[in-house]
Design a protein around this ligand. Structure first.
Ligand code: ATP
Length: 257
């Protein structure tokens, strides 16, 4: 007997007025998988992320996460269910330290009401110690000890992206959505990010979906790749199969023609 997939997306359809951004797309993601979504500009990749995280409400379809229907749920509920997102446009507070940004990421996820914090002061204190320990583990894991007290606004781009990844990890996700994690990075920064993504899978066991334009990275590290074009499902399979699929080659060559 095979285990049920972590995520099951069926018949997902999203329209903006008369324009169909996602057209009856379906796919599954297994526990522990590093799954990539690629496609030319405007293919619908970010729209899929926005549906998965509850920002967009698709007109049709199903999104089941560990068997629970996520479609129609609010973003905060989906985040609490264990779906975190690393944003392409970094969502950090520039005037706070790396440590404080990660602690905030942790609190946004595991928020305790003010009243319960007062009534259960002891429990809140224990939780805070646990949060701090979890954040320190992430700082170790991402090798950012040296900048833990630095203001995020002062950091170079590649490090800011790493802290953005840390903010998403602080939410203790079961499914991590990586929105163009190496966009704008140089070769060295890209290699570092690739190593951290692989470590997140093997050491932390977190399932990931990555939207990325860097084909070299996708083909190197993804287990399976979903290809979209004009909102439609074009191909799905391991990198080697997808790369040689005539429908994929046509979608990409069509873009540059
Ligand atoms: N909020 C919105 N309102 C109207 N149209 C939208 C909205 N969001 C996305 N679209 C449209 O939906 C289509 C898919 O966009 P989406 O951003 O999902 O593509 P993408 O594959 O992520 O593209 P890129 O690689 O350029 O980021 C595009 O035609 C886009 O203009």
């Amino acid at each position: 007997m095979t285990a049920a997939p972590l995520l099951e997306v069926d018949d997902l359809t999203l329209r903006f007025g008369g324009m169909t951004a996602i057209d009856q797309v379906g796919f599954t993601v297994d526990d522990g998988e590093l799954f990539a979504i690629i496609g030319p500009n405007g293919a619908g990749k970010t729209s899929i992320f926005n549906c998965l995280s509850g920002v967009y409400r698709p007109q049709q379809g199903r999104i089941r996460f560990r068997g629970e229907e996520l479609l129609g749920q609010r973003p905060d509920h989906i985040a609490r269910r264990g779906v975190a997102r690393m944003f392409q446009n970094i969502e950090l507070f520039d005037n706070l330290s790396v440590l404080d940004n990660l602690m905030l990421g942790r609190h946004q996820h595991l928020n305790y009401g003010t009243l319960s914090a007062l009534v259960y002061a002891g429990r809140a204190k224990r939780a805070e110690i646990e949060n701090r320990r979890a954040v320190e583990d992430i700082i170790d894991f991402l090798e950012i000890e040296a900048i833990r007290r630095s203001l995020v606004g002062m950091l170079p781009y590649g490090l800011k992206k790493r802290v953005e990844l840390g903010r998403a990890l602080a939410m203790a996700p079961q499914l991590l959505l990586l929105d163009e994690p190496v966009a704008g990075m140089n070769v060295e920064e890209t290699e570092d990010m690739a190593r951290f993504i692989l470590d997140i899978r093997t050491e932390l066991g977190i399932t990931m979906i990555m939207v990325e334009h860097d084909m070299g990275l996708v083909m190197d590290i993804a287990d399976r790749v979903l290809v979209l074009d004009f909102g439609q499902w074009i191909s799905l399979g391991p990198p080697s199969a997808v790369q040689n699929d005539p429908a994929v080659i046509k979608a990409y060559l069509g873009e540059t023609a």
